[in-house]
Design a protein around this ligand. Structure first.
Ligand code: SF4
Length: 227
């Protein structure tokens, strides 16, 4: 597999926010989101075998816990990523998979928690979610929308209602997009939508979803990688 980095940090997104987690970041992505903060994953990486990856995960977190497979788009390497997830589950890890939902999800092991980032229009990659993937979602999964504008918010709230997502998944998350060139201060001034504004929209609409902040960007300097 082509691997960009393996590191331990705190989970910055999803309902697992704040918990220690080992991140396995795979190389390559077939999308080009306007606000992408992971462009360094598009090329390169180093080849690693499944055993080497598993050994590194065990070294960083010998007592189990959370392991997230992320990217890039990890399912571009599905042939190896699925066995990796199976191995980590057998080894006792709670496995999270961060994916855009553009690739088929049906071969992802059912015990893996899928965190599906459905792209909104201002990402420049709207309409890339594979609608058949709704059938692969389970009550342990989470769906996330990164919001850069009122238009994105309306897309997300319509999508949630139209597909009755509240009853399909464990958690629905709306998260303000962060400027991709954010650097320096660790505060909400880098958000493309003010979190307060997003909170007010959600409350006004009685939206059954949680507001998510990428907490790693408030803990560490926002341009820092590997945290
Ligand atoms: S799917 Fe993720 S890694 Fe790919 S361009 Fe979008 S934000 Fe970046």
């Amino acid at each position: 597999m082509q691997i960009i980095e393996i590191y331990k940090s705190l989970q910055g997104e999803s309902s697992y926010t704040g918990l220690p987690c080992v991140f396995v970041r795979l190389a390559g992505c077939n999308l080009r989101c306007t606000w992408c903060d992971s462009e360094y994953t598009f090329k390169g990486g180093q080849p690693m075998t499944l055993d080497e990856i598993e050994r590194e995960v065990r070294r960083l977190s010998p007592d189990g816990g959370l392991a997230e497979i992320t990217g890039g788009e990890p399912l571009l390497q599905e042939r190896e990523a699925v066995p990796l997830m199976e191995h980590l589950l057998i080894a006792g890890y709670t496995v999270l998979l961060e994916t855009s939902g553009e690739r088929p999800l049906e071969r992802v092991p059912p015990r893996v928690v899928k965190i599906v980032d459905v792209k909104c229009p201002d990402s420049g990659e709207g309409d890339t979610f594979r609608i058949e993937n709704l059938n692969a979602l389970t009550v342990r999964d989470e769906v996330k929308f990164v919001i850069a504008s009122r238009r994105d918010y309306e897309f997300a709230s319509d999508f949630i209602r139209e597909h009755a997502l509240s009853s399909r998944v464990a958690s629905l998350i709306l998260s303000p997009a962060f400027r991709k060139d954010a650097a320096g201060s660790r505060d909400a001034s880098h958000c493309l939508v003010d979190p307060q504004q997003l909170a007010e929209w959600m409350l006004a609409d009685k939206l059954k979803a949680r507001l998510g902040l990428q907490v790693h960007k408030f803990i560490w300097e926002p341009s820092l990688k590997g945290v």
